[in-house]
Design a protein around this ligand. Structure first.
Ligand code: DOR
Length: 446
């Protein structure tokens, strides 16, 4: 029997409505017992978690792992190590690889790749993501796809999107929509506003996203399908989703840490690490995203982890590919930007990064109930630190957050009962530097 005891932490599990100091015993990869004081046997490994938060492992429902095709930027194995480093125990991998994940054998390829955490494939909606012919959705579902998406590109033809939504109801999986009206976004590279005028960069109006969100909500109503909207970035999109939910339409949505941390004004630096699609928006959009996260309109925070090589990013802004890495900064940015200022509670943050994305994808994650698979994230909420380039384990380093001071750091990640990351891994033989900790400065607001 493999036994692991996580001792002395504050256990926050939205699934069982728990927020209390409990020891957590894991036996053979499953949550076996939770109690205020559990005593380990001789053969039990113990993680001391006093002062730490213990939560269900984070679920990142939107990542790009680049395999097959761009293994120089990321692989499923390297991306899964980055996930473990970020406290993420399950990811859903987007199919915009080369070739696209549009056949059952490619779905199986992704599922069978070596990884430290659970990697769930999202299959393409259309063959080669070309927007013309639907994939064999039933076969892809049978092979283990958890959703369908042409992310990276929109499904331009509304009739194809309608059919995709109809078929998705038959196979019982959600459609994840990349909402972009290409006629409006055109060759734009940043959000349309004062900052784009000042920077002299081609603009993308908020309406390019919002028109597509409105279209897909109308199609979801028409078909009764489960629609999930990826990377929501504007105030108008949040409002459209809010109204759709009020009307009883089966729509869910996610946003990403960059949309509640950075704005179009930052892009005036011309730093290509800030180029992302959809683009960083205005301060009022950012404020509306925060409201949507707090009031339940937004269901999930995903990273949209989009690794790109430095050579490809070290070009002028117009020519750089969009995207930034995010798996490793998902938790510290959410804690720093949302929990510490009191915008959301810690429990809501765990819901957004674990329980709710697991339930949207209907995958067995996001719970620390007795009997649940033992995926656990342990983090120190008061650890103040600076993100440095050499701290990242992802193969790509295109993060705009390098150099940023954050508070909250993952100390242990447990996947199916195995410790897949612990903080000392990176600094072998080097104990945690207590000098870096400033617990007196700010404490987490709950
Ligand atoms: O910024 C982005 N990068 N947005 C997308 O939709 C795709 C992604 C990528 O694959 O690099």
């Amino acid at each position: 029997m493999r036994k692991l005891l996580i001792k002395g932490g504050r256990l926050i599990d939205p699934d069982t409505r728990t927020d209390e100091h409990l020891d957590l015993l894991i036996v053979d990869g499953v949550v076996a017992e939770r109690a205020p004081e559990l005593t380990p046997d001789d053969d039990t490994r113990v993680i001391e978690a006093a002062g730490a938060i213990v939560t269900p492992g984070l679920v990142d429902m939107h990542v790009h792992l680049r395999e097959p095709g761009r293994e120089d930027e990321e692989t499923i194995e390297s991306g899964s190590r980055a996930a473990a480093h970020g406290g993420v125990t399950a990811v859903a991998a987007m199919p915009n690889t080369e070739p696209a994940i549009d056949t059952a054998s490619w779905v199986e390829f992704v599922r069978n790749r070596e990884s430290q955490i659970m990697v769930y494939p999202i299959a393409a909606i259309t063959k080669d993501r070309a927007g013309e012919t639907l994939t064999e959705m039933a076969e892809l579902a049978a092979a283990g796809a958890v959703a369908f998406s042409d992310d990276g590109s929109p499904v331009v033809n509304p009739s194809i999107m309608r059919r995709a939504l109809e078929y998705s109801t038959m196979v019982g999986l959600p459609i994840i929509s990349h909402c972009e009206e290409l006629g409006l976004s055109g060759r734009g590279v940043m959000h349309e506003g004062l900052a784009s005028t000042m920077a002299g960069l081609r603009p993308i109006p908020a309406a390019a996203e919002e028109i597509a969100v409105a279209r897909d909500i109308i199609l979801a109503k028409m078909t009764g399908a489960n629609l999930h909207i990826a990377h929501v970035s504007t105030e108008g999109s949040v409002e459209l989703v809010r109204r759709a939910k009020d009307d009883g339409i089966a729509v869910t949505c996610e946003t990403c840490p960059h949309y509640f941390t950075l704005t179009d004004d930052d892009v005036r630096s011309y730093d290509t690490h800030l180029k992302v699609n959809p683009p960083l928006r205005s301060a009022s959009d950012l404020a509306a995203i925060k409201v949507g996260l707090a009031d339940g309109t937004i269901d999930a925070i995903s990273s949209d982890h989009a690794p790109h090589s430095l050579e490809e990013k070290q070009v002028e802004f117009d020519a750089a590919p969009p995207g930034m890495t995010g798996l490793e900064t998902l938790l510290p940015l959410t804690l720093t930007q949302l929990v510490q200022p009191g915008t959301i509670t810690l429990e809501r943050a765990v819901e957004l990064m674990s329980t709710d994305p697991a339930s949207i994808l209907r995958i067995p994650h996001g719970s620390l109930a007795v009997g649940a698979p033992a995926d656990v994230t342990v983090f120190d909420p008061d650890w103040a630190w600076e993100i440095t380039e050499d701290w990242f384990v992802s193969k790509s380093k295109n993060s705009p957050f390098t150099g940023r001071k954050v508070r909250g750091r993952v100390t242990h990640t447990v996947s199916r009962g195995e410790v897949v990351f612990e903080e000392t891994d990176l600094n072998e033989g080097d104990a945690r530097d207590e000098g870096e900790r400033e617990p007196d400065v700010l404490s987490v607001h709950v």
